[in-house]
Design a protein around this ligand. Structure first.
Ligand code: GAR
Length: 224
């Protein structure tokens, strides 16, 4: 079967904020780069810009506010129930800032990916850019990876590097990294929807070839 005869993948996106990565995925679906469709957007935070972006693109969107649940598992159960209604092929965490329980992650094993603003395994968690600056790193970046129950610890697929400039603030660096995020995240979604990526025993394969533990490196001549 050629890629052309495969049906478009159903993509569900989880967000917590601005949703600029969501936008990059919507754009790539609209341009046909991604052979897929964003079928729903769910935010755990009400009234964020990402929800407006989804509404503008006429994508069903909803809030599952974690503050309304008395425990993590109650929130995760509800989120899982709603996700399953859409029966997605791929669940994308695009700036989704909630830790998900082991049980939840298990349910979407092999079909849930995240983007993290660091060159993993460096700096899992928060404040990645400030931590890179404080450490005197010359390079920073972002990594797209499969989600496992280890925080920002799943198998890496693709990463992009940017240089850290001497005068950089965390905000400067975040802005430059985000530009790269908007390239590598849709690229991985595209590969996933074309069924080019698989995960086998913790090893990522692209077109049947294993990728290095740190993920493939996105090379871009416009990097500065
Ligand atoms: C992005 O920089 C993303 O890498 C980060 O949140 C931002 C969301 O921006 N995610 C994490 O830190 C997850 N650990 P966006 O809402 O504009 O896409």
């Amino acid at each position: 079967m050629t890629n052309d005869t495969k049906s478009a993948s159903q993509i569900l996106v989880l967000i917590s904020g601005s949703g600029s990565n969501l936008q990059s995925i919507i754009n790539a679906c609209n341009s046909g780069e991604i052979r897929g469709k964003v079928v729903a957007v769910i935010s755990n935070v009400p009234q964020v810009k990402g929800l407006e972006r989804a509404a503008k693109a006429k994508i069903p969107n909803m809030v599952v506010n974690h503050q309304r649940y008395s425990s993590r598992s109650e929130f995760d159960d509800e989120l899982c129930k709603i996700i399953n209604r859409f029966n997605p092929d791929l669940v994308v965490l695009a700036g989704f800032m909630r830790i998900l329980s082991k049980d939840f992650v298990k349910k979407f094993e092999h079909k849930m990916i995240n983007i993290h603003p660091s060159l993993l395994p460096a700096y899992p968690g928060l404040n990645t850019h400030q931590r890179a600056i404080d450490a005197g790193d010359r390079e920073a970046g972002a990594t797209v990876h499969y989600v496992t129950s280890e925080l920002d610890g799943g198998p890496c697929i693709l990463r992009a590097k940017v240089s850290v400039h001497l005068e950089d603030t965390a905000a400067d660096l975040a802005k430059r990294v985000l530009e790269r995020e908007h390239i590598i995240f849709p690229k991985v979604v595209e590969w996933f929807c074309d069924r080019r990526i698989t995960l086998n025993n913790g090893v990522v394969f692209i077109d049947g070839v294993s990728v290095p533990k740190a993920g493939l490196l996105f090379e871009d001549s416009s990097e500065h």
